[in-house]
Design a protein around this ligand. Structure first.
Ligand code: FES
Ligand code: FES
Length: 197
């Protein structure tokens, strides 16, 4: 057995694992994180995709010991993630799943795409998702959902930026006004110059 320590979904965990145990088995069997699905178990389908140190990673091809000292995120750890919230809504609205088996891997990969591409078009999404296999949907609605999520994310970011700019402008105006008020008060409080009374 080998001792490992992982930052898993924001919680530091320590465990002893068999050197040949895959990260996928460790997550599902030792940690009970069953949103990570296992399809092919040899790197072809993408159902087992998780995030390791910020990168989308096939957990069936990684060993648990390789995650020692790393930061691992599974779908369970992305409940309060802005991009994942938007993706979940668009997958629902665009009917981008049927049996749902591929969906956790699709969502993790889609989030990775939206982190690297600003509002990607359908061709980019198709290309980037080419490593994820879905047996039910025919992919059209998945691509549609990711494109729509990219647009929603860009709009949300633009809105947040506009809000931050307006806030900064209001702060600057308040600061300028405070300085003007200080100067006016200083002039009013100043003793009259000789000969001006
Ligand atoms: S289960 Fe890992 S790629 Fe298919
Ligand atoms: S929704 Fe069934 S495999 Fe994708």
């Amino acid at each position: 057995m080998t001792a490992i320590t992982i930052d898993l979904n924001g919680v530091r965990i320590a465990d002893d694992v068999e050197p040949r145990q895959s990260l996928a088995d460790f997550l599902r069997e030792r940690c009970g994180l069953t949103a990570t699905h296992l399809g092919c178990e040899h790197g072809a389908c993408g159902a087992c995709t998780v995030v390791v140190d910020g990168k989308a990673t096939r957990s069936c091809l990684s060993l648990a010991v390789m995650s020692d000292g790393r930061v691992v995120l599974t779908l369970e750890g992305l409940r309060n993630d802005q991009i994942m919230d938007i993706l979940r809504r668009q997958f629902h609205e665009c009917h981008a799943l049927q049996c749902g088996f591929c969906t956790p891997g699709m969502l993790i990969m889609a989030r990775d795409i939206l982190q690297r591409h600003q509002s990607p078009d359908a061709n980019t999404v198709r290309h980037e998702l080419s490593g994820q296999i879905c047996r039910c949907t025919g992919y059209a609605n998945i691509v549609k959902a990711v494109v729509a999520a990219g647009k929603d994310l860009a709009a949300a970011q633009a809105h947040a930026l506009a809000g931050a700019l307006a806030e900064a402008e209001a702060l600057i105006q308040a600061e300028v006004q405070a300085r003007v008020d200080d100067q006016v008060r200083a002039q009013e409080d100043a003793p009259p110059k000789p000969g001006t009374e």
